[in-house]
Design a protein around this ligand. Structure first.
Ligand SMILES: [Zn+2]
Length: 136
């Protein structure tokens, strides 16, 4: 069974640009930005739209639903803190952006291309909560 790796792992350090994202994770919301000028969904923390160079990028809340775009199963950890197996993946959200994450809550051979997944959140420590995805 694939479990979220949240114990003893290196944790992200929120920046001024990414802090609202991490606050959202803490509150159970998967946040992203949507360009007010061209409607592009922007997941990476940045102050400028990569398509139209607009600077009005208000935060939005994703449904947290999407599909598995690509994945792998890791059987030998690169760092001892990561329990194996784990399944790093790229999930394509219905809201129009991709994110790197991990699939949890199933057996490794249950993951397939295009499979529906939904976000779930797991606390790492008092400040950081990470999003993972499980099969819908
Ligand atoms: Zn734009």
């Amino acid at each position: 069974m694939l479990h979220p790796n949240v114990t003893g792992i290196p944790v992200p350090r929120p920046t001024g640009e990414s802090a609202p994202y991490w606050e959202g994770c803490r509150e159970g919301e998967l946040r992203f930005r949507r360009c007010a000028s061209c409607d592009l969904s922007v997941f990476e923390p940045r102050p400028i739209c990569p398509r139209c160079h607009g600077t009005d990028l208000p935060w939005a809340v994703s449904t947290g639903d999407g599909v598995v775009y690509s994945w792998s199963v890791v059987w030998r950890p690169q760092m001892p803190a990561f329990d194996v197996p784990y399944a790093p993946a790229i999930v394509r959200l219905d809201d129009g952006f991709d994110m790197v994450t991990a699939i949890v809550g199933c057996e490794p051979d249950e993951i397939h291309d295009g499979q529906r997944v939904s976000v779930e959140f797991h606390d790492v420590d008092d400040a950081i909560t990470l999003p993972f995805f499980s099969l819908s």
